[in-house]
Write a protein that binds this ligand. Structure first.
Ligand code: BV8
Length: 248
């Protein structure tokens, strides 16, 4: 049974000065990108976050961590944006002001046409120098390649340009996302289990600032209880339906 779009939600979006969407891996599930916590297919089902997505794991066994990211990178490069991504790209033109904050590292929002995406946890398709160089100077010397491992010109290993557990969120992304969350009139929490902080705190923060809170997720999450509207459907179904109602 798919959820119809309540008229009051459409009205809230039409009168909103500023709409914010926070997306999680659920919006990319219909593109074939595994989520993190779905038991049967989640990435974490086989590994725990601590084993892979931490600086300690990378320091302990960089080749193991890189091999996992190389596998995910290939998968993401093969994936295509789905109707949920395209709907959010179009939403920009249907509301007064729209800010998209994504926890996802797959770049699918940008490939669907969204601009100025706040990549709260970085981007798996970019490398970063683990020594801190602002611009990693890739060296093509094949002798320096040990399996998936590559080095920056400074000699330090390259790493995926993502935020690992225990690492700070990039300050510019944190500030932009926090400002938008406090300013918005409607906050859409889409495809996230709302378990990873500080992103998981945004929904309550928006609500506390007077925003209408909307959840788009086939499953119940810690946000569900305080949401003003819940669309209990996959994002690829709920968001196009929301856009159709908004276009009128
Ligand atoms: C930090 C990049 C300072 C790497 C990721 C309180 C405050 C601050 C920090 C913490 C805190 N408490 C604990 C912490 C530490 C930690 C944390 O939150 N731990 C958790 C496990 C409790 N946070 C941090 O370390 C952050 N750093 O705050 O620095 C600090 C540090 C330490 C201590 C204090 C302060 C950095 C966190 C960033 C981690 N990096 N990704 C990589 O990708 O490898 S997180 C990773 O999980 C993803 O990026 C994603 O953002 C995140 C959450 O996952 P979801 O996207 O929600 O995916 P999930 O599978 O969980 O859920 C999918 C949902 O989709 C489900 O609800 C499902 O029902 C739904 N769904 C499925 N299909 C669909 C769908 N929905 C719609 N449509 C569908 N078709």
């Amino acid at each position: 049974m798919t959820t119809s779009v309540p008229g009051e939600l459409v009205a809230a979006l039409q009168r909103a000065r500023h709409v914010v969407a926070l997306t999680g891996s659920g919006i990319s599930a219909e593109s074939g990108v595994p989520t993190f916590r779905d038991a049967q297919t989640g990435l974490w089902a086989k590994f725990s976050p601590e084993e892979l997505a931490t600086p300690e794991a990378f320091a302990r066994d960089p080749a193991f961590v890189w091999s996992w990211y190389a596998w995910r990178r290939e998968l993401v490069e093969r994936a295509q944006p789905n109707p949920g991504h395209f709907a959010l790209a179009e939403l920009t033109s249907l509301v007064r002001r729209f800010t998209l904050v994504t926890q996802n590292v797959d770049g699918l929002h940008q490939r669907a046409g969204s601009r100025d995406v706040i990549e709260f946890h970085g981007n798996i398709l970019r490398d970063r120098c683990s020594g801190g160089c602002s611009q990693p100077r890739r060296i093509s010397d094949p002798r320096l390649r040990i399996g998936p491992l590559r080095r920056c010109g400074c000699g330090a290993l390259l790493r995926p340009d993502v935020v690992w557990f225990g690492e700070m969120i990039p300050p510019a992304a944190l500030e932009a996302a926090s400002d938008a969350t406090r300013d918005c009139d409607v906050f859409l929490s889409i495809g996230t289990s709302s378990m990873v902080y500080p992103a998981a705190g945004f929904a309550e923060e928006a609500r506390g600032s007077g925003a209408t809170l909307v959840e788009v997720n086939p499953a119940v999450t810690p946000v569900s209880g305080s949401a003003d509207f819940v669309l209990r459907d996959p994002a690829g179904v709920a968001l196009p339906r929301l856009l159709t109602a908004l276009r009128g």
